[in-house]
Every structure is written in C-alpha cells, then in structure tokens.
Design a protein around this ligand. Structure first.
Ligand code: 5GP
Length: 128
C-alpha cells in the first residue's frame, strides 16, 4: 500500500466511526481530532487518536493537511496521556503507515499505549 498516493476510502471503519454509524468509547474530541479506546486492546490503556479529516496516513496528512490539523493531532496525544495519568509512568505512541508497518485501517491513527511496562520498541530478534 503506497499511502502517499492511495485514495481515501470513505467506507473504512474509522470513517464510519466519525460518522457515528459505528459506536466507539470516546476519550477525547476537538474540532480536528477524535480519540477512542481500541476495540482489541494490547495494553491496559490502548487509545486510538485520529484526525477527523480524510487522511490515509501521516504521509497523506503532511501533504494535504493544515498546520492546525497536524498540531491538533499531536497535541491531543499529550492531552490524553496527561488526562489518563500516563505521564507519571510513561507511555508510547506510534502510527503504522503502509504495508511494511502492517497498517490495517486506511485512516491515519496514532496508537497510544500505557498502563504497564511496554518493553523494547521492536524485537531485536527481527532482521534490521
Ligand atoms: P493498525 O494495524 O491499522 O495500525 O491498527 C488498527 C487498530 O484498529 C487495531 O488495533 C484494531 O484493534 C482497531 N480497530 C479495528 N476496528 C475497530 C473498531 O471498529 N473500533 C475500534 N475502537 N477499534 C478498531
């Protein structure tokens, strides 16, 4: 998946959540951002932070989005982390972009993980 050129699918699952066709457990919302709990969490805290605009990936948002949308997305991560008390213990945020990163939902989303020791970033057993 080349997320720089991929056209946006308005029927992806997060677009449907934004249209309220599918429910979610909202943790944060502002003009540009919605954040909600992941349906299949892999940490005690696993929140997805998404732009409200139709962007496939960070590549896409950085090419077409406004500075306000970019700033709001990153600011939301910090606000939510503070709100959930994660800045005390630490947390991780990441975004899977494209095929090598195993992006499954083609709407940009930042995963915010916390609530336990998260281990190293990538397995050292994998080839570089
Ligand atoms: P990706 O692999 O694209 O980075 O992550 C997609 C994430 O979306 C996964 O962690 C998956 O559990 C989550 N997810 C998929 N469908 C839904 C849904 O309908 N609701 C919520 N809240 N999360 C979802």
């Amino acid at each position: 998946m080349n997320t720089a050129n991929q056209s946006y699918d308005p029927n992806n699952i997060f677009a449907r959540i934004l249209r309220k066709e599918i429910p979610c457990k909202t943790v944060y919302e502002c003009d540009h951002v919605l954040a909600f709990h992941d349906i299949n969490p892999i940490a005690p805290v696993h929140v997805l932070v998404i732009p409200k605009g139709p962007y496939v990936s960070l590549t896409d948002l950085s090419a077409r989005g406004s500075d306000a949308e970019l700033a709001a997305l990153l600011r939301a991560v910090g606000i939510i982390a503070r709100h959930l008390g994660l800045d005390e213990t630490g947390y991780r945020f990441l975004a899977n972009n494209g095929a090598d990163a195993h992006q499954e939902v083609p709407h940009l989303h930042i995963h915010l993980f916390g609530g336990r020791a998260l281990g190293p970033m990538l397995s050292r057993k994998e080839p570089a």
